[in-house]
Design a protein around this ligand. Structure first.
Ligand code: ZN
Length: 404
């Protein structure tokens, strides 16, 4: 990302210049909705005569174009309102622009990117990325705290994804982690009348080496859990992914059987996931419109989140919505069909555990970063072979845990 250094001159009152041990990163929204109040204008303000006479400064301002840096990271500043407390003296302050003519989502994404860069550079744990609210109780960052453009949990998960690089994202290619039984348990609980296509999702996706559980979660999203209420398509079309519904009111494509419809969806997902040839003859009527491999990760299926601005759907957070459903599917306590039964010790809520060094992925498929393995965790919930850890709010496999 583009970071422009434009420091407040040394000696000004708002550049106190004490050593900042950089233990925390504090996130703010500027509180300034005025048009034109992007990062550059905040840099001008901080260097100007009004700010020079005030105890007001921070390290970075992020907007949709990138960020301005106003102070060296290892100097303290006046942004947390806690006097000589850890907010002002021991943290790096990042302001996120919220000007009405700006792009709040891109600005917030850039702030998450910048936060990840700083976490890596100074070995700051994401647990020490905090809201301004933490220091004084102020309602800041006011936009994120109001779920705009998304909430704090999502902000932190983006930071973690950026820290671990692309490997922290959820690859669409690969083998399903959820079992057909878990998919059935999930959909029956939500919609008892739903048809049972779980086996088809698993078998069709295995042929193409695509994650059938991601495809299933996508279908739950696109069909309203196979109720088709308010959906452009109907059950009879055997189109479970909104294929061909390129604008409101369009009916979309139809397929002769559920199996062919699901195959077309898997083929289309493969078009986005990579440039590998298809195993079966192509069934997706829109395959040729996709730039192959442009969205290898579920998080990038939404056009707004895709680095190249391409993807399956235009709505904000499309991939996140799919992954939220996938997490719920994985939380179903169905008997695993495919997983080995591990002779694991019994775990219960409240137990303290560590993640084994050789553990590779979360139960939701993302790579486990090393910093997570070096910490103690507390069991929040158990479900079959999976366990939810409180501190990172993530599902891991029992086999990857050890008691401490
Ligand atoms: Zn603030």
């Amino acid at each position: 990302m583009n970071i422009i250094q434009d420091f407040i001159p040394a000696g000004r009152r708002n550049r106190p210049g004490r050593v900042n041990p950089m233990r925390f990163i504090t996130i703010h929204n500027t509180g300034n909705a005025n048009k034109g109040s992007g990062a550059k204008n905040h840099a001008v303000y901080l260097k100007g005569d009004i700010a020079a006479g005030l105890p007001v400064s921070w390290h970075y301002t992020a907007d949709e174009s990138g960020a301005y840096q106003h102070l060296p990271d290892n100097e303290d500043a006046f942004h947390a309102g806690d006097g000589a407390g850890a907010g002002n003296r021991q943290s790096i302050g990042i302001e996120i622009c919220m000007n009405s003519d700006g792009d709040l989502r891109s600005a917030t994404d850039n702030a998450a990117r910048l936060t990840a860069i700083l976490c890596k550079k100074y070995n700051i744990s994401p647990e020490n990325v905090v809201q301004h609210n933490r220091w004084t109780g102020k309602n800041c960052p006011q936009m994120i705290r109001n779920n705009r453009p998304y909430n704090w949990d999502i902000f932190i998960s983006k930071v973690k994804n950026f820290i671990s690089g692309e490997s922290g994202l959820t690859a669409i290619a690969g083998t399903a982690i959820a079992t057909a039984e878990q998919m059935r348990a999930y959909i029956k609980r939500i919609n008892p009348d739903a048809p049972d296509f779980a086996g088809i999702f698993i078998s069709e996706s295995r042929i193409e080496s695509i994650r059938g559980d991601i495809a299933f979660a996508q279908s739950c999203l696109e069909t309203g859990n196979f109720r088709f209420a308010g959906s452009a398509v109907t059950l009879e079309q055997n189109n479970f992914c909104g294929m061909g519904v390129t604008q409101n009111g369009m009916k979309g494509n139809s397929f002769p059987t559920p199996q062919i419809g699901i195959r077309a969806q898997i083929h289309h997902l493969k078009a986005y996931a990579n440039a590998e040839p298809l195993a079966n003859p192509n069934e997706s009527p829109r395959f040729r419109f996709v730039q192959r491999g442009v969205a290898p990760y579920a998080e990038w299926l939404g056009i707004q989140e895709n680095p190249q601005g391409k993807g399956w759907a235009a709505g904000a957070g499309y991939g996140e919505k799919i992954l939220r459903i996938l997490s719920a599917v994985l939380a179903e306590n169905a008997q695993p069909e495919n997983l080995k039964i591990f002779a694991a010790p019994s775990f219960k809520s409240g137990d303290k555990v560590k993640i084994k060094q050789d553990a590779k992925i979360y139960a939701t498929g993302q790579t486990i970063p090393d910093w997570v393995k070096s910490r103690e965790h507390t069991i929040m919930q158990t479900s079959g072979e999976r366990i939810l850890l409180r501190e990172i709010f993530s599902w891991v496999f029992i086999k990857d845990l050890q008691k401490i």
